[in-house]
Ligand binder design. Sequence first.
Ligand code: PEP
Length: 248
Amino acid sequence: TPGIRPLIAGNWKMHGLAADGLALARAVAAGAAGVGAELLVCPPATLVAAVAAALAGTPVAVGGQDCHAAPKGAHTGDIAAPMLADAGARYVILGHSERRAAYRETDPTVRAKAEAAITAGLVPIVCVGEPEDDRLLGRAEEVVAEQIAGSLPPGFGAAGGVVAYEPVWAIGTGRTPTEADIAAMHAMIRARLVAAFPQHGGGLRILYGGSVKPANAAAILALPHVDGALVGGASLVAEDFLAIARAA
Ligand code: PEP
């Protein structure tokens, strides 16, 4: 989208011990010079602080992969948004389909987490996307519109929130929607963002995620209203992640 700097975000998921995670982060930073897109890596929570320290002074930002909706409290095993911010994160991925599936995160849950993230000064990256049966039934845009309506809190636009469209069936499968289907979905999401956040919606970033790799990145990132990518598997290989970023 004209006037929007693309964001290329790497979701490392549950990958990375200290040695390889820090090496990956450093390799991304080493290749960041001259990349026009903003770069973001989202390591597992155990590495957020160390990766943020290693990337200090580089253009590569750090994010978390989830946060709790409460700022603190009796929630064994959970991580609060202020903790991520304190560790050096600037972004947090929320409502990833793996969390919606494995932890039954609903739209209201994701919305509450996004609100907590904004309060903590983090930029939420809210993931939406249809399961394959909804795509086959022609209900993909309807399902995603419902997720958008339910998952974004009122402060989302002013906070510069990011939406990541990730069709569930395209994640980690090597399959992607057609370019026409991606463009149609992103145009729908843009319209919803503008309607919900009249002041900011036109400038918010809408990422595509789902089997983005160097070979398909340029074509996907050239589509209207595709303002970057959320990259899973390919973000674990620095050269691949950087090749995707250079395609933006
Ligand atoms: C993801 O899980 O956010 C993702 C897009 O994964 P992959 O790139 O591996 O499909």
